[in-house]
Design a protein around this ligand. Sequence first.
Ligand SMILES: Nc1ncnc2c1ncn2[C@@H]1O[C@H](COP(=O)(O)OP(=O)(O)OP(=O)(O)O)[C@@H](O)[C@H]1O
Length: 654
Amino acid sequence: MKKDAYSRHVDHVMSAALHGAPAEVGDELILKSWRRCIADYGLDPSRLRAPHIVTSHTLRAHQEQIEQFMGVARVGMEQMYKRVSGLGYVLLLTDAAGVTVDYIGNDAHAAELKKAGLYLGAEWSEQSAGTCAVGTCVAEQAALTCHQADHFDPTHIPLTCSAAPLFDPEGKFLAVLDLSALTSPADKKSQHLALHLTMMYAQMIEDANFLRHFEDRAILRLGTTWALVEVSGEIMLAYDEQGTVVGANTGARRLFRDAAAGVGGRTLAELFELAPADLHRLLRFQDASDRSIVTRGGGRMFYTSVRPPRQRPAARRIAVDAAGDSQASLPELERLAGDDKAMRRLLDQAKRLVNRKLNILVHGETGTGKEVVARALHQSSNRAARPFVAVNCGAIPESLIESELFGYTAGTFTGGRAKGMKGLILQSDGGTLFLDEIGDMPLHLQTRLLRVLSEKEVLPLGADRPVPLDLTVIAASHRDLRNLIGAGTFREDLYYRLCGATLHLPPLRLRDDKRYLIAKVLSEEAELLGRDAQLSADAMHALLSFGWPGNIRQLRNVLRYALAISDGALVMHADLPQELTDQFSATHGTSAVPALPWRETGVEESGDADAGALHAALVRSKWNVTRAAADLNLARATVYRYMRKFGIVPPNQR
Ligand SMILES: Nc1ncnc2c1ncn2[C@@H]1O[C@H](COP(=O)(O)OP(=O)(O)OP(=O)(O)O)[C@@H](O)[C@H]1O
């Protein structure tokens, strides 16, 4: 900015703030903000300040405060960004303090955007940045555009920014959605649509969050247009079975602003003129053919639509109640465990790792839930709306792993796809790449993967230029990778790249929350069948006493089987597969005692517990590989591969 233009700006801000009228500035919110900057925060428009970017530790703390909301907001932001991409805009989501907790922009301009503060971690409060769209939106809790010289600090004059406030389901100010650009036409009117788009998406995100928050409640939507009331939640009220309002979105709070006691805690009959039949249909969460309603006192007419509460299947309630646990409403990561100490510690650790951009290594026997944990970590992260790509390095034939992972360009292979193929690594860009059985990855591909991880770019086969990517890897192994390093089959440097943090999943037999897991898996399986399920006391006892060499995967298979066999809602001991009932009666003294499956051979002494589990499954199936594979939920080819690997030889071939 030229020096004279710069001093003109400073003079204009000072004189308008001290003596000016709103008409001179053109926007009352901007004028009020200039005054606050001078009188309340003691800012000086002639002192230029570079944008303030908070440390990653502070950023994480801000993100943690609104983590769940960020997941919902991200979906809306991505949709919105599609509408404006190519027009030079970036999207910011800030928290109520004005700290940018999420961001979508064109990475090609990352350096410029970062310099301008249009980036993750930038703090846009008025106290820090002077008048700006986010800061003034925070101060006024109102939508506005802060265009070029509206900014207090001349540093920000090149920018145009439109921001809208977001409120939580209780009406508390929560966040700001901001659409900004580094350059724009001089006329502020050019940003009219940008402001409206921002307000529209802010409302959509806020309403999506409202619907999620009250998914267990009926929602009454009111609209002024008959055909749109189903889809546009202009005004929404959540209410309980008695018709008492338990939540209201911003539109509804605005509508009932004059009601002395607000809307919360009042009944629908107090707010609307309702005939008994109308009240009845609302309490039964039914729609009616005449879908109009009139507010009491104000006499305003609206069209209505009712969204009934989400029905949790009875089976889920019964089963979880059976475990005496009320975790059903908790986020996915929390629900992975009951009160097992090791798992609770692991989940606490996992929650702290979620958005840290660290690669994570998950270790545990087969079927302990390594992939389940990886998915839950992804779903709890701010990458949740981006892809979760799972690759089983042990299952893809070695000849294909390279092209599957890294992709290839057109013409690289005869018989390949004409347009080339985007590899799985690139497909996970911005999301999470889950590399299962990482210990099975051939050495030369480990080298290529290491390069991808360190350089954050991938070179598809046949390509001459690498493609940059935002990669977060969660790798899993049932084997101790340090043993593989010792044996020379796993690269030590890759190991250190992958284990930004390591999570050790305990085997099911050592978990203290078996009762919780049994109830959870039973309810999930029963839900799939659309029925109720409970376990008889002795069936539960047998499940609790079993050794579970195949861990939670085996538990799921057993319960799926038992549900298929059982006649009614009650799963009996006799409905369980024979392997369980045999062991149960054995350990209770009614027949010969088989040793616990994973201890019955010396294979475990090889240092690999899975060899024991595999051997046990083969013994149980009388060396029928197909049945053992089904038991362990593995492909037959995988069972053969592991048999070769562990040196397990069937008796008839010894
Ligand atoms: N906490 C859990 N709650 C309910 N089901 C679970 C849980 N953890 C794992 N499971 C179930 O156990 C089975 C195996 O899980 P998963 O595939 O994540 O295990 P894994 O350790 O990755 O197995 P592998 O090493 O063989 O790939 C799946 O059916 C999954 O649904």
